[in-house]
Design a protein around this ligand. Structure first.
Ligand code: TYD
Length: 132
């Protein structure tokens, strides 16, 4: 599967807008964990690793940032800046999150509970994982 932007439901309302996610319906996995990244100082980079199994949906709930996705051959950059767009990342992709705007908030919905064993943190090891 390829990384892709998923447009989430959006109920526009003069009182304020509302969006939501249901597992297996708007995203192709069951939700095991939710985490968020916030208070990122200007110029900082998060990520810089791949997951062997974990699938994710990344949403810019507030502000904006870029997610650089690398499959070992090609890099793609997804700019997230709307709270009703999620970036779906299948497993086996190297990702870096950067260009965080002030007060941005990244919500990450994950298909697995936390496991350090699922991380590939060495880029050469990642390339071997992709092309054994
Ligand atoms: P990491 O995934 O390396 O951060 P990022 O990809 O955003 O740069 O996680 C940073 C630290 O937080 C690492 O020591 C593991 C810990 N952590 C957990 O304990 N549970 C979690 O669900 C996550 C995402 C990280």
């Amino acid at each position: 599967m390829q990384p892709r932007i998923i447009q989430l439901p959006k109920f526009e309302d003069p009182r304020g807008n509302l969006s939501f996610i249901e597992e297996e319906k708007h995203i192709p996995f069951t939700i095991e964990r939710v985490y968020w990244i916030y208070d990122v100082p200007g110029g900082q980079v998060r990520g810089g690793h791949a997951f062997k199994i974990q699938q994710e949906l990344i949403i810019a709930l507030s502000g904006s940032f870029d997610v650089e996705v690398d499959d070992g051959s090609e890099k793609q950059v997804f700019s997230l800046n709307r709270s009703y767009y999620g970036l779906y990342l299948p497993p086996g992709l190297w990702r870096r999150m950067q260009n965080f705007s002030t007060n941005s908030l990244a919500l990450v919905i994950s298909s697995t509970s936390f496991s350090e064993q699922d991380y590939i943190r060495d880029y050469q090891e990642f390339l071997k994982f992709r092309k054994p």
